[in-house]
Design a protein around this ligand. Structure first.
Ligand SMILES: O=c1ccn([C@@H]2O[C@H](COP(=O)(O)OP(=O)(O)O[C@H]3O[C@H](CO)[C@@H](O)[C@H](O)[C@H]3O)[C@@H](O)[C@H]2O)c(=O)[nH]1
Length: 437
């Protein structure tokens, strides 16, 4: 979202990022050009994250308190001479659309997951895809044939997270009232594909100084990681991260640890502080010559480093887009939600990695991890995967560059936003010229 916002700034569009009080307090956000406002989710002083609470109760309270405090923010901004024209909202919070329309504002839904995943949820929402799934092969128009385990986990393991599944489907509720939908799904009439949303420095380099997102959930251990990587040979290090949410079981953690050791390659492994106790005893010491384990790293900088040859990932959408944009081959170890579908695309559509298969206990064994690493970085398969990764890197750059599909969509969004906001009854304003660059 922030990357999209940065692309609007050169067109004289002013941006305010709205976070909950709690997220604003716990993440590191910094920007000279984007202002910050905060709203309440109803749990401002609560230390437990939403996942630790009943999700359904959390989402209902967020909607109730969030709607009220968001309206207050919009009114406050108007009273202080910063009237709002349009709210670009995370599609997982469909109540923001209702708030926007009540306030007479334009609204754009921002979808944070992949086109394929959104398309699958949309099929379920419309009733065209029935759950529970039946058969071994699922055929959905516009997508390759999918096995049940290629589907988002909420669709093929029913009943595990019913409230999150409902939230995924709710993204489409009332969507016809939105003025735009920002996503990769060009098939729905007003959808605009604007990705890959990673800092310009790694793509078209046209936004000056845009090297990082400007927001981080944890503090990265930058110096130690980069110094360690600088001492490694080109294309010799496996980077391992499971993003900001996934929690591996202790047995999976153990298999992963010894799988890395078995591969005999250097590795940089992000183990969040909350996961650290699951590492096998003494593992860090035993492998200190081969590996570096950190609690968080500057992932983009790491993926762009010449020492990295492979990324073992949970296939979160941001990590997947980052690896694709930087041409890094992947070993996918999806955990839940959209990650299984992202892994399918990594392996079978883009052919820039493999999905590590699980055994009958649901674990990826240490031998399998070592085998997948070999397949991705060595021999003919490794060369083929690297060639494809390089191709996708070039295509990502092309989309964001001048004349590319995403840049065209962003400019179209800007000009239609300016046209529509000039005709809004609530907040009359002067005409603004669009920056032709
Ligand atoms: O040490 C680290 C590890 C990660 N990251 C960053 O953290 C983000 C992780 O995002 P993502 O790969 O999407 O994973 P999650 O944080 O797990 O994201 C959640 O949200 C995504 C978007 O909806 C979904 O695709 C995922 O399945 C869901 O788990 C990326 O930008 C990484 O660059 C760092 O900066 N440093």
């Amino acid at each position: 979202m922030l990357q999209f916002a940065k692309r609007l700034l050169p067109n004289q569009i002013k941006i305010t990022l709205v976070l909950t009080h709690k997220i604003a307090r716990t993440t590191l956000f910094s920007s000279n050009s984007i202002s910050l406002e905060t709203i309440s989710d109803g749990y401002d002083d609560d230390d437990g994250g939403p996942m630790e609470r009943d999700i359904k109760v959390y989402l209902a309270r967020f909607k109730e308190v969030g709607s009220r405090t968001l309206k207050e923010v919009v009114h406050r901004m108007r009273d202080s001479g910063r009237p709002v024209d349009c709210i670009v909202y995370d599609s997982f919070l469909p109540w923001v659309l209702e708030v926007s329309k009540e306030l007479g504002l334009l609204a754009a839904a921002f979808f944070t997951q992949s086109c394929a995943v959104d398309h699958i949820y949309h099929q379920v929402y419309k009733g065209d895809l029935k759950v529970p799934l039946s058969g071994d092969e699922i055929l959905i128009p516009g997508l390759p044939p999918l096995k049940p385990e290629d589907m988002p986990s909420f669709v093929y393991v029913l009943g595990l997270y019913p409230s999150l599944f409902e939230a995924a489907l709710d993204q489409f509720r009332g969507l016809e009232k939105a003025d735009w939908v920002i996503d990769y799904m060009a098939k729905l009439s007003h959808v605009k594909a604007i990705g890959p949303t990673i800092p310009s420095m790694y793509l078209d380099k046209r936004l000056p100084d845009d090297r990082e997102y400007g927001l981080s959930v944890y503090k990265p251990i930058t110096g130690a990681c980069m110094e360690w990587l600088n001492e490694r040979q080109p294309e010799s290090v496996i980077y391992v991260s499971f993003g900001s949410l996934a929690e591996l079981g202790e047995d999976q953690m153990e298999e992963l640890a010894w799988g890395l050791r078995l591969s005999n390659k250097h590795f940089l492994w992000v183990v969040r502080l909350s996961e650290e106790s699951k590492l096998p005893k003494d593992f860090a010491q035993v492998t200190s010559k081969k590996g570096l384990i950190v609690s968080w790293c500057p992932q983009l900088e790491v993926l762009a480093h010449e020492a990295i040859c492979c990324f073992i990932t949970h296939s979160g959408w941001n990590s997947t887009l980052e690896a694709l944009s930087l041409g890094v081959p992947m070993v996918a170890m999806p955990q839940w939600t959209d990650q299984s579908t992202n892994s399918k695309f990594v392996m079978d559509m883009w052919k820039m990695g493999v999905r590590a298969p699980v055994d009958d206990k649901g674990l990826v064994s240490r031998e399998m991890i070592a085998r997948c690493i070999r397949e991705v970085v060595e021999g003919e398969s490794g060369q083929e995967i690297k060639k494809n990764a390089t191709k996708w890197k070039a295509l990502a750059r092309e989309a964001m560059s001048e004349g590319g599909s995403s840049e065209k969509n962003i400019l179209e969004f800007v000009s239609s936003l300016i046209r529509s906001s000039n005709s809004l009854p609530m907040f009359p304003k002067e005409n603004v010229e669009m920056n032709p660059n």
